[in-house]
Write a protein that binds this ligand. Structure first.
Ligand code: BG6
Length: 483
């Protein structure tokens, strides 16, 4: 039923972070290294590296991040002041199972999230929990080359069982994997820490060889792990709501030449729809079968995998949205940038300082496009502008550029709701400044709350409100009417 008025009263306004970009405390209270903890700092032009041991004198941004581990009370109070109804966060797997295959979970790690959930409850903020956000215990990755091996499935399901049981009365919304479709490309597999490969598909140890075959096999293992987790979750608490999470970078055809449009369609199918088809409908789509054949990809499946996928369909569809690109014939050198999926520049769009093309209308397009396909509740769980902020002498940050970006996207979301899309929530990415996933920088800021810390890891970690803080508070108060 169309909601001509706009956002429903129950709309879950909020913000989002990920453990490895926010918490720090990488080796405290029993936690051991995750894949993200082995990633060095980088910049827009200098790529991050994954190291197999932590190197002396090298900056690893996740080790302290913005120290959410010790600041979460203060931060949640600020979220509450903005009026957050929801907070998307992730659990650091290696805080719960430090080695990934430990006999019992780490009580201190479980206790930390008890405390976080209690704090959220105090302010009636609904947690939306990502189970694996671009990280896994490094020990597992080292042992198995992570998701290249089927063994990861059981380790992941045991971890899920521990957190589902522990938090069954305080968490309702769960996301099994952040941006699961990222694994399709080398940059995504690297960022997700899902394989021991580097950004260009290089290899870190001689047992691992990156290939399209390996990435799709790893993705299949994550699909099975996700489906098993969904089934288990529904058994533990039938009220649980489980979601998929897709990195949605929409590719428009570069021209109306039929071949360009067809190429855009194919890319949308493989990059975006294949993963959600498996997670929402419980089976690989037919176009994937043809694609695998053409690319000589042979997915090794256990006898009951197809049945497991069918039994583990998610309840809602969530996605991240930052940018769009163009697909088809274009001169070389016309490429656009992004953290995972690239394509060509669109002459009608402007880009951020990091070269991500800004396209609010694309958000309405995707919401309609995906809702038409699945007809299940949708959430935008990441969206925002990474920008350099300047702190004025009086301590203010006049981030009008961020307000403009978010306003334009929220306007388009509202249009999508009026189109009839069942959109239930929006969590702005990096609601407090955190470490950038792709570059490891602090200078690429998304927050409503400024954190005093720089790219070298220096700063007081002091929190302060940017102008966008007051603006977002007003947006939430008016349920998206006062933009
Ligand atoms: C998403 C990731 O792809 O993009 C986040 O889920 C990430 O972890 C976000 O932070 C923004 O990217 P970046 O590289 O600007 O931090």
């Amino acid at each position: 039923m169309n909601n001509i008025k706009g956002f429903p009263d129950s709309f879950m306004w909020g913000g989002a972070t990920a453990a490895n970009q926010y918490e720090g405390a990488w080796n405290l209270d029993g936690k051991k290294a995750s894949t993200a903890d082995m990633m060095t700092g980088g910049t827009h032009t200098v790529p991050r590296r994954i190291t197999v041991t932590t190197e002396e004198g090298v900056h690893y941004p996740s080790h302290e991040a913005v120290d959410g581990y010790h600041h979460y009370k203060e931060d949640i109070r600020l979220f509450a002041e903005m009026g957050f109804k929801s907070f998307r966060m992730s659990i650091a797997w290696s805080r719960i199972f430090p080695n990934g295959d430990d006999a019992t979970p780490n009580e201190a790690g479980l206790q930390f999230y008890d405390n976080v959930f209690n704090e959220l409850k105090k302010y009636n903020i609904e947690p939306i929990v990502t189970i694996s956000h671009y990280e896994a215990p490094f020990a597992l990755t080292d042992k198995f080359n992570a998701w290249a091996s089927r063994e990861m499935i059981d380790c992941y399901v045991r971890y899920c069982e521990a957190i589902f049981n522990r938090y069954k009365d305080v968490v309702k919304y769960w996301i099994t994997f952040n941006e699961i479709n990222s694994l399709i490309v080398p940059a995504g597999a690297y960022l997700a820490g899902a394989l021991l490969v580097d950004k260009r598909g290089g290899v870190f140890n001689n047992t691992a060889v990156d290939s399209t075959q390996l990435r799709f096999q790893a993705l299949h293992h994550q699909f099975v792990a996700s489906a098993k987790a969904v089934k288990l979750a529904h058994e533990i608490n039938p009220d649980f709501k489980l979601g998929c999470m897709i990195n949605y970078s929409h590719g428009y055809g570069s021209t109306c030449r039929p071949e360009d449009m067809l190429q855009a369609l194919r890319m949308d199918q493989i990059n975006n729809m294949m993963s959600s088809d498996v997670q929402v409908r419980g089976e690989y789509p037919d176009f994937a079968k043809r694609y695998f054949e053409e690319k000589n990809i042979l997915i090794q499946m256990a006898d009951d995998d197809e049945q497991i996928l069918k039994q583990g369909c998610v309840d809602f569809y969530s996605f991240s949205y930052y940018k769009s690109h163009v697909v088809g014939t274009r001169p070389e050198g016309d490429e656009t940038q992004g953290n995972v999926f690239g394509g060509f520049k669109n002459p009608y769009l402007k880009a951020t300082d990091w070269g991500w093309q800004i396209d609010p209308v694309g958000l309405r397009y995707i919401l309609n496009h995906v809702y038409d396909r699945y007809r299940i509740p949708m959430m935008v769980v990441e969206n925002g502008l990474g920008a350099v902020d300047v702190v004025e002498e009086d301590g203010t940050v006049n981030d009008t550029y961020r307000i403009e970006f978010l306003r334009a996207h929220i306007e388009q979301m509202k249009e999508a709701v009026r189109d009839g899309v069942n959109l239930i929530g929006y969590t702005a990415w990096g609601c407090i400044d955190i470490v950038s996933a792709s570059t490891g920088e602090m200078a690429k800021r998304y927050g409503f709350i400024y954190v005093d810390k720089d790219n070298e890891g220096k700063g007081t970690l002091k929190r302060s409100k940017k102008n966008s803080f007051y603006w977002y508070k007003k947006v939430i108060e008016s349920n998206g009417e006062d933009l």
